[in-house]
Design a protein around this ligand. Sequence first.
Ligand code: V47
Ligand code: SF4
Length: 383
Amino acid sequence: MTISHSGIEAIIEQTTDTALQNIAIKVKNKERINQTEGILLFEKGELGFLGSLANYIAQDLHQNKVYFNRNFHIEPTNVCVFTCHFCSYSRVYKHRDEGWELSMQQMMDIVRKYDNEPVTEVHIVGGVHPKMNLEFFCELLRNIKTHRPELHIKGFTAVELDYMFRKAKVTVEEGMKIMNEAGLQSLPGGGAEIFAPEIREKICADKVDGAGWLHIHETAHQLGMPTNATMLYGHYENYAHRIDHMHQLRELQDKTNGFNCFIPLKYRSGDNDMSHLGEVSLVEDMRLYAIARIFMDNFKNLKAYWPMLGRQSAQLSLSFGVNDLDGTIDDTTKIYSMAGAEEQNPAMSTEDLCNLIKSVGKTPVERDTRYNELKNYGLNEQI
Ligand code: V47
Ligand code: SF4
């Protein structure tokens, strides 16, 4: 669905609620909405209204394009010193026999498996293992770079980095520089969860707090490393907490312009300490994507991570402001399948991804990690 300039005029005209109408006018004029208005969208904005505004913005930023990249994941371990209550994936150290701990050789075997594949990025993320330290991961980074120098390494959440740096007794600035020199080029967005201390306390009390997460990302940006940002939603948080989280990210982006994209992550309730909460509905998911697109005006890209959301919902999100579907991924990530996501072995070929994008009238474009366009798979382009 494309919302033209006259289309948004019609939306403005048809909206009877004055506050919502003012928001629509701001969107048309490319003006930023404030936190009160963000909360109002959650409280009052109905799906069609939100979708129309989000689509208008996405169309303006990206025309009809939807990005994806070719990547694979390495999950070094699921053994973790932390005990986030939403996590279905981790195992504590004393139960490490139930989990996995990959050796250097095993991780390099994963890298070598893709030797003849046109992948552009490796995404490394896992549990916080008490014995896998800064030195070990720097060696991994160097080994990957020696083996395949052009492969972009995006790795380690702020939670993993915070633990590694504290254990190695280096500052965030020193640690980040060491990792960067060893080959780390960008950071994924994980570990942000929800910044509000009263909710963070409830779901992941023992890991790095919101200010610490933001500091690590700011430091990466200062070194010229782009990063992503996530938000875990659909648990104990209310609308004000969501807007506060997005507001803090928006403020840092104003300062550094170092974020590549924003990735809302829907809480999945399978087999963890918070399972009793259940999950929010598909309509809530789409409303959230649309509001994120409207509120995060300085984030160029909004990503739906399909292994977590499921491919059909991810496809639907393309009509609610989303312009990026992450990657082909192969079947190398377990974090969501263990939390009950529909995708038990998430793998999609380039052809599958392109067809999924084309079937909602959008144009698939392969990108690299920094969102440089590598190939446009327009309607008649051979896959
Ligand atoms: O921080 C863990 C989330 C994150 C659950 O930057 C859960 O490109 C929902 O951040 N339900 C890690 N979410 C993964 C992550 C990520 C994934 C894909 C791409 C990128 C990127 C980043 O996964 C954690 C946490 O927020 N998570 N358990 C769960 N039960
Ligand atoms: Fe550990 Fe990450 Fe799971 Fe938290 S979400 S328990 S930090 S693996």
